[in-house]
Ligand binder design. Structure first.
Ligand code: PEP
Length: 250
């Protein structure tokens, strides 16, 4: 089993260039006592600044989104090759805010996944059920279909470039977190689904992050679960102390 612990901070549409530089400067002064790989995802206009500032640091930089086309008349969009060109190695795809506010669906996400992989980008692939799905007992079906429709067409070799991020929509930015038991139950289900569609090795090697109101106060308990390999952190990633408390919760 070679999967890694990973803590990734999704900064969303926050931080000017000056604020980005200041937060990164704070982050680089923190002591890392865990074995977790650390990733931050600033807004696209600040990716180059972040990559330049973190040269030589173990903190990696990811993009929050990417367009599926190679290039062309897609006003306002950013391509995979543009991300690579500024030193980005990882892209977040399928975040629930992209699905909800920008109408990204499984078919589109499958295209984005293919484009990202063809450019050698690693993907943090987000998915998760809404509150009604959970109330109606459909959460396992929803998660399974999100995975099957957007990433289960990949070869097992391509899975080395995939990080999964289970993010129940009802727990994102709400202060409400899935219980460590709910997270473990879903992560174990996800791993079993990967194992059944691929093989045990692929399932055991993929890192599955949990996202949804992870804070310093709850990170340790969530990360103690055997199938939780890290976190995708929103609000708490905007403060260096909180983010590193979560990184060091492993
Ligand atoms: C997220 O947006 O991926 C997230 C998990 O946000 P928060 O930690 O603020 O709930």
């Amino acid at each position: 089993m070679s999967r890694k612990h990973i803590v990734a901070g999704n900064w969303k549409m926050n931080n000017t260039q000056a604020e980005t530089t200041a937060l990164i400067s704070d982050l680089t002064q923190k002591e890392k006592t865990s074995n977790a790989e650390v990733i931050i995802a600033p807004t696209s206009i600040n990716l180059y600044t972040a990559v330049s500032q973190l040269e030589g640091s173990s903190i990696q930089v990811a993009a929050q989104n990417m367009h599926q086309a190679e290039n062309g008349a897609y006003t306002g969009e950013i391509s995979a090759s543009m991300l690579k060109d500024v030193g980005i190695q990882t892209v977040i795809l399928g975040h629930s805010e992209r699905r909800a506010y920008f109408y990204e669906n499984d078919t589109l996400l499958a295209q984005k996944v293919n484009t990202a992989l063809s450019h050698g980008l690693r993907i943090i692939f987000c998915f998760g059920e809404e509150l009604d799905d959970r109330k109606n007992g459909k959460h396992f079906d929803i998660v399974e279909s999100q995975l099957k429709n957007a990433i289960f067409h990949l070869t097992s070799d391509q899975w080395s470039q995939i990080i999964l991020a289970y993010e129940p929509v009802w727990a994102i930015g709400t202060g409400e977190t899935a219980s460590p038991e709910q997270a473990q139950e879903m992560h174990a289900f996800i791993r079993k689904t990967v194992s059944e569609s691929y093989d045990v090795t692929t399932a055991n090697n993929v890192s599955i992050l949990y996202g949804g109101s992870v804070k310093p106060a709850n990170a340790k308990e969530i990360f103690s679960k055997p199938d939780v390999d890290g976190g995708l952190i929103g609000g708490a990633a905007l403060k260096a102390d909180d983010f590193f408390a979560i990184v060091n919760a492993f």
